[in-house]
Design a binder for this molecule. Sequence first.
Ligand SMILES: *Cc1c(COP(=O)(O)O)cnc(C)c1O
Length: 394
Amino acid sequence: MSGAMDVDKVVGAIRSVLPERAFIGLHEPCFAGNEWGYVKECLDTGWVSSVGKFVDRFEEQLAEYTGVRKAIAVVNGTAALHVCLLLAGVEQGDEVLMPALTFIATANAVSYCGAVPHFVDSEEATLGLDPGRLGAYLEDIAEIRSGHCFNKNTGRRIQAVVPMHAFGHPVDLDPLMEVCRRFRLELVEDAAESLGSFYKGRHTGNWGRSAAISFNGNKLVTTGGGGAILTNDEELGRLAKHLTTTAKVPHRWNFCHDMIGFNYRMPNINAALGCAQLEQLEGFLEKKRLLAGRYRDALAGLEGVRFFEEQDFVRSNYWLNVLLLDEENADRRDALLAQTNDGGVMTRPAWMLMHKLAMFEKCPRMDLSVAESLEKRIINIPSSAFLGDGDDKA
Ligand SMILES: *Cc1c(COP(=O)(O)O)cnc(C)c1O
């Protein structure tokens, strides 16, 4: 609803959903399953590092759940994105389209390839990259030459686009795929935040040639630190495995490597944690959906602010719940952040837009007015799965 936001009332509404505790974090992990047992097995057997059965099991569980042909477990989500970009043919001097409203990892991974991030605006309905405006923008600045897309202003090739499913809410992928076909762009989903999020019934990470997921400590499922590459291309999957395991040619004793690979493999002890976590994924998702529903109800009818909800055509994991302030109340954001954090309820604003960071301020970009507006109006509120537990509240 529009009108002046009453900070006290909004804080009261958030509190009404949360248990009485001295401190409530933004997203705390939940280890209520086989975590201790599986990790102990690693310690008892000595298989803690780069070899062991949990890595294979984790990859299989992940592929099955997300519906991809192959999942490759790696050390973190940033490393996963790095390799996805290389597999998409991103080379030194290329440009890669990505939202300005994202976590730093997306832009860093592009930079690791020697490529240049090219920032795209977001749409308010999804908080993700706006395919309609991207298409119109490319009509203007891009041209196709010998099967590739080039930026007429910089002369550089635009090789790929990296949508990011912000806070677990899927980007509108169908129109984006159409833009990719029209402009011969590779699609790499940054699905770091969207394990358990579906677009038109299919899990995110299934649209491009490959996609990246993160299992950092604050993500929905954690391996301590970790990530995965998802792909439906078996051949690409094998290459991803090879590249992320130092490109060693299998042999009983010889150390022969046939490419410059990476030591990006997820250790077995982390994968053990991940196996136990994935077993609980459905439960986490149910609780998070209950929590989102409670926030929605508690905040309904308050002026100047709304609880951000999924689009009809998606199922979001509600990884981090989002409060969206109206334009005219954006100046009260900091008061709301201060009051909640002072009271032990952890909240935080959106990331600073990528083009405002010193390293990326000279990168090409389209008009970013929606992202600029969203940056000032987004607040993330506590979203741990256990908060959706009715018992904890009582
Ligand atoms: C968490 C995250 C990543 C990957 O982070 P790691 O900490 O390297 O696992 C990448 N992109 C986005 C948008 C993220 O939120």
